[in-house]
Design a protein. Structure first.
Length: 672
């Protein structure tokens, strides 16, 4: 075995992996070297690899303590100090304890602590609860249901072209009145004021919020400005039922800047300035750097890698203090409104409230990589090998966490990311949760890609810690190529997976609801899949032909398979006694009717999963998807409005119908 191969094995860089269908793949040597460079090692030659390996092995040989260990918080005798040296333990909260050689440590509180032996050797101790909060203990019931949608699609006539946090609050209130326990939305991470992208899964930072969703008319300053009220010009999207991001971009930033000016003039008198300053003091240096990035990006562009050299170091760069203050104020407004939306969701009867999404990565040139460069790998993108979502594999153009860099800083960037979402929600979804165990890195330049092992025991422990602190239920999106045993390890940590009906069944048949694992969120699809009505009619196949993703021959075969899958689903509905008498499972309607839609929703709601969700678009009978993977300009991704505005959710007959089905089936399934 060569030094390069041994180095890959030592650092968890896979020299062979298997695609979803079991096909083995051996990454090229160029790809392996590129991934090692992204980890921070210089391996241009075989000699470089041998030298790097020797240094790591020498460091290993010199240690008598592990670099880190995960233990159960609160358990007596969970760890003992070194047998030959006295030690000092620094707890996460700053408290310090000391002990003689081989003395047992006291029960440790949840957190990341550091034990240092008298000779300076140190070990990171991650004390975590055995499980994240479960649905039953958090919601008070073993099985709950909710709805999922998109905040931008919830635009009302009082906004500026896309849905905002007030629309989100009203949507939650309407669905809460219908009996829903949660409302899930796509990520609301900071996209960046200078970036023109729309995808919520390509954020600049996952600790900040997308200030485009701040509702100006919910700020006290709005009432003090006739000019601001004129600027708003409320309208619900475009005539083609798409959001109007260009109009929003021309109105919302100017409006918010004007309201900030009024805040500066009036905030001292009405107490808002004191509240803002208190928030700013508690926010910490990371949020200051995030705001500085926003200010600098307005001058130098959204990608810091192209900035002047002196500005690329976040610890040294200087931004205009007034502009930085503006962007901090915008974040304060966003956080306040999102917190209010969660409060209103709970007051409306939702046992969990908001269900927020954490994107799998960030833009390589965005605020998060600028503020915490040590935490991210450079020169590679996150992606996926060929799987059920994309037969060609995927390159997401997102920067992955660097496991070596994360460990050197006690996983601080990872923990901030978790806290930012969990502080604002009752449920949090971790996109592509397999990244907690391994991530597929694709080097820039087309050398191919491979998996990189992650410190999964530590990361899962940190998820449990932060979830327990926030009281949040955690869902891990475990679709695609899943490592063996990963779902079981997630479940052991109290994390739910995903049970997606259109993936779990097909022409060969669909599983019975009772077969769904309890530790899951059951739904028909995701934001990346066809809607229920679109899948039923095969509208997604028509779209793939239209976009050039499939030729006529392939489409004909796919339509035949879909027709058989539709019949198989109809047979399952009959077996569950969910169709009216006389329904013909071998000849289901080609277009989904309300009766058949109710039956599919009842099948999902009857699931043994602790969480079940109806997509708002499915309840409303929409055929067009919110996103078509692999397209940018060819399809209006992340722009479709829901057919009903949020203030109409509680009274809409289709939403009421879906809510009645889910409420009845969830109650019945919980009693089994």
């Amino acid at each position: 075995m060569t030094a390069l191969e041994r180095l890959c094995d030592r650092l968890g860089v896979a020299r062979r992996y298997h695609e979803l269908d079991g096909t083995p793949r051996d990454p090229s040597e160029a790809a392996l070297r590129a991934v090692l460079r992204a980890l921070g090692l210089s391996v241009q030659t075989d000699g470089d690899a041998a030298e790097a390996l020797a240094a790591l092995e020498a460091e290993d040989a010199a240690r008598t303590l592990p670099r880190e260990d995960v233990l159960e918080a609160g358990r007596p005798g969970a760890w003992r100090g070194p047998g030959d040296r006295s030690w000092r333990l620094e707890l996460e909260d700053g408290e310090a304890l000391e002990g003689p050689p081989d003395a047992p440590l006291p029960p440790l509180p949840p957190g990341v602590h550091r034990l240092t032996a008298e000779d300076g050797e140190a070990v990171r101790l991650i004390a975590a609860p055995p499980s994240a909060p479960g649905v039953a203990e958090t919601a008070g019931r073993a099985r709950v249901w909710g709805a999922t949608g998109a905040i931008y699609a919830m635009a009302s006539s009082r906004g500026t072209g896309i849905g905002d946090f007030e629309d989100l609050a009203r949507a939650a209130e309407g669905l809460g009145a219908l009996g829903a326990d949660f409302l899930g939305i796509n990520p609301v991470h900071l996209l960046g004021v200078a970036d023109q992208g729309l995808s919520p899964y390509s954020p600049s930072s996952r600790t900040g919020l997308d200030v485009r969703h701040v509702a100006p008319d919910r700020l006290p300053e709005f009432a003090l400005s006739p000019e601001a009220r004129t600027l708003r010009h409320g309208r619900r999207g475009r005539p083609d039922r798409l959001t109007d991001p260009k109009r929003h971009a021309s109105v919302h930033p100017r409006l918010m800047r004007r309201l900030f000016q009024i805040f500066e003039q009036t905030g001292a008198a009405n107490g808002r300035r004191a509240a803002f300053e208190g928030w700013r003091a508690a926010a910490g240096p990371e949020r200051e750097r995030e705001a500085a990035f926003e200010a600098l990006s307005m001058v130098h562009g959204p990608d810091w890698r192209g900035w002047p050299e002196a500005l690329r170091d976040a610890t040294q760069a200087q931004a205009d203090p007034k502009e930085t203050r503006l962007h901090l104020w915008l974040q304060w407004c966003a956080e306040s409104q999102l917190a209010e939306a969660q409060m209103r969701a709970r007051l409306a009867g939702m046992s969990l409230g908001l269900y927020l999404d954490i994107a799998v990565g960030v833009r390589p040139g965005g605020a998060e990589t600028w503020a915490s460069p040590h935490a991210f790998a450079r020169g590679v993108s996150l992606g996926a090998p060929p799987d059920m979502m994309n037969a060609q594999g995927q390159v997401w153009n997102l920067a992955p966490f660097n496991p070596l860099g994360l460990a050197r800083t006690d996983y601080s960037a990872f923990r901030r990311m978790l806290r930012a979402a969990m502080a604002r929600a009752g449920v949090v979804r971790i996109d592509h949760a397999m990244g907690l165990e391994r991530a597929f890195w694709i080097p820039e330049g087309g050398e191919g890609g491979t998996y990189v092992r992650q410190p999964s025991a530590a990361l899962l422990a940190l998820v449990r810690i932060e979830a327990a602190r926030a009281g949040a239920v955690v869902v891990g999106e475990d679709l695609g190529t899943v490592p063996e045993g990963f779902r079981e390890r997630m479940a052991a940590s109290g994390l739910s997976g995903c049970a997606v009906l259109q993936f779990d069944g097909g022409p060969a048949g669909f599983p019975a609801p009772a077969e769904t694992r309890a530790e899951a969120l059951a739904a028909f699809g995701t934001h990346d899949t066809p809607t229920l009505a679109g899948w039923w009619r095969g509208a997604d196949l028509d779209l793939r032909v239209e976009l050039g993703h499939m030729d006529d021959a392939a489409a004909s075969e796919a339509r035949a398979r879909r027709a058989e899958a539709r019949r198989a689903l109809a047979r399952r509905l009959v077996e569950e006694d969910l169709l009216p008498e006389g329904a013909k499972p071998e000849a289901p309607p080609e277009t989904l009717t309300p009766t058949w839609r109710d039956a599919v929703h009842a099948l999902i709601a009857r699931s043994g999963a602790a969480l079940a969700a109806v997509q708002i678009e499915d309840a409303l009978g929409a055929e067009a998807p919110q996103n078509v993977p692999g397209t940018v300009e060819a399809h209006p991704n992340w722009r479709r409005l829901h057919a009903v505005p949020p203030e109409g959710f509680a009274d809409d007959p289709d939403l009421r119908r879906a809510a009645a089905v889910f409420s009845a089936e969830r109650r019945a399934s919980a009693s089994l």
